[in-house]
Write a new protein. Sequence first.
Length: 64
Amino acid sequence: MATLHIEHPITSLGIWLDAFGRFGEASAFKDFLETVVWRSPELSPGLAGTPMARVFEAVAISDG
């Protein structure tokens, strides 16, 4: 399972959550943010500051 970690200030959590809820996979959402939303202030009215996103993959760790 992948986890999307995004760090950026927002002006409206509701607007951000509505946008996030339209995507089923973290990597698809990350790509959309980087190629569409963050390139246009009109498409990211809830964004404040410079965004950064990473997709992390779960890793199994053994005890020995």
